[in-house]
Design a protein around this ligand. Structure first.
Ligand SMILES: [Zn+2]
Ligand SMILES: [Zn+2]
Length: 419
């Protein structure tokens, strides 16, 4: 149900009053990025900002994660998450608040979403008469390594703080103009597993290969054969990716056949059964190619445990439909875009606690609207997330991010509906 117009005006006026403050906070985070799990200053500042916003309880969790509560009587408990870690990438944007840290940059919008969260916190505290329930604000560490959410959950997020009935998150969109939002129901982000394969052989002289078992040739066969998993084995209606991103031997010379090759892979798909199917195929192909190479069984390739695993983000259709309705009412149908599923990975999935808590991962348009033509098509190639030139457009991103999330939360917990 739509919010009353007077309430919308009140929300927008509050956001406008905080705009310069939030923009300055975003600039501060952007100029001072901190890498995954080292977000010490960012977490301390974010905690201080939540306290200043009037949150009832603010705590650090899992080292550099922040949790803040706004308690406001009976009603639903909603978790609203942002993330605040930076990437090991040199920023190439020509802006006054460009990263001051060499080879570290906020190039995934994680300097923007914490500032927006502070704006939402300030609004919710000021609007307590219009909603009822509990908001759990989570400023997450370590999203880029895929295990920050798990670290916060393991440190008692759902035991030491109220367990949410549902969870929402903004992520900056590199393709949608500021002032718009992106919605997706069902599978939204892929699950991602990183795994290593240690391919072993019998090394020797490069000029006399018949005395060796060459792991380079074996690993090359494995890499080629792995490409048939998605193209020949997985249901063509199921999106999946198997990428070998690194192929390293322990020989530095062309004259030496090495004894080992280390392959590093990432696997992406949208369901656990497909993931298990891919994993089984990887193990079978490694074994099969080793037999074909005549390798003794003791030297068969080792598929190593994951260095990283995130589940796929599934946007609860019922919750997302509710949020969509609130957004359409507030922003208009044209500014609420349907987004495809992506094979990026996001550890927001872990807040679902194995599917028990409905989630909705929401895209926040972040691109300067001047970069689109009258038909809404980009006039230039837009930098993707993790590009050294990814850049948000603060005037539209902050305002829409704060207003639309406030509207959504008050809409889900509100007492301010129109008649
Ligand atoms: Zn991100
Ligand atoms: Zn990222």
């Amino acid at each position: 149900m739509p919010l009353k117009n007077t309430l919308i005006q009140k929300i927008e006026a509050l956001t406008e009053g905080n705009y310069e403050y939030l923009f300055a906070l975003h600039r501060h985070y952007h100029a001072n990025p901190e890498l995954t799990l080292f977000e010490f200053n960012t977490a301390a500042r974010q905690a201080e900002e939540y306290r200043k916003a009037g949150c009832d309880q603010v705590a650090l969790l899992a080292g550099t994660g922040v949790v803040a509560l706004i308690k406001n009587g009976p009603g639903p408990t909603i978790l609203y998450r942002n993330d605040h870690d930076a990437l090991p990438i040199q920023e190439e944007n020509d802006i006054p608040y460009c990263s001051t840290v060499p080879n570290v940059g906020h190039l995934c919008g994680h300097s923007m979403v914490p500032a927006i969260s502070v704006g939402v916190a300030r609004n919710l505290v000021a609007l307590k008469e219009h909603w009822s329930g509990t908001v759990v604000l989570v400023s997450q560490l370590g999203e880029e390594s895929g295990d920050g959410a798990r670290k916060m959950l393991n440190d008692g997020l759902y035991e030491r703080f109220p367990r949410p009935d549902l969870a929402l998150a903004w992520h900056c969109s590199p393709t949608l103009p500021g002032g718009t939002v992106g919605i997706r129901k069902g599978p939204t982000m892929a699950c991602a597993a990183h795994l290593d394969i240690l391919v072993r052989g019998i090394g020797g002289h490069g000029g006399f290969p018949s005395e060796t078992k060459d792991p380079v040739v074996l690993a090359a066969s494995i890499v080629m054969r792995l490409q048939t998993i998605v193209s020949r084995e997985v249901n063509p209606l199921e999106p999946a990716v198997v990428t070998v991103g690194s192929f390293v031997t322990n020989s530095q010379k062309g004259t030496v056949i090495p004894s080992e090759v280390l392959l590093k892979l990432t696997v992406r798909c949208f369901s656990h059964p497909i993931y298990l199917q891919i994993l089984e195929a990887i193990e079978r192909i490694c074994r099969g190619e080793a037999i074909a190479a005549g390798l003794p069984e003791a030297l068969f390739p080792k598929v190593m445990p994951f260095s990283f695993f995130t589940e796929s983000v599934y946007n609860d259709p019922e919750l997302t439909t509710k949020v969509e309705a609130v957004f359409v009412d507030y922003l208009g149908q044209n500014s609420v875009r349907e987004e495809p599923a992506y094979t990026f990975a996001e550890d927001f999935a872990h807040y679902a606690d194995g599917g028990r808590i409905p989630l909705s991962f929401l895209w926040l348009g972040s691109v300067d609207p001047a970069k689109f033509d009258a038909n809404g098509k980009p006039k230039e190639v837009l930098p993707s997330l993790h590009s050294p030139r990814f850049l948000t457009h603060p005037p539209t991103t902050i305002r829409t991010g704060v207003n639309a999330m406030t509207v959504a939360l008050v809409g889900l917990m509100g007492t301010g509906f129109a008649e």
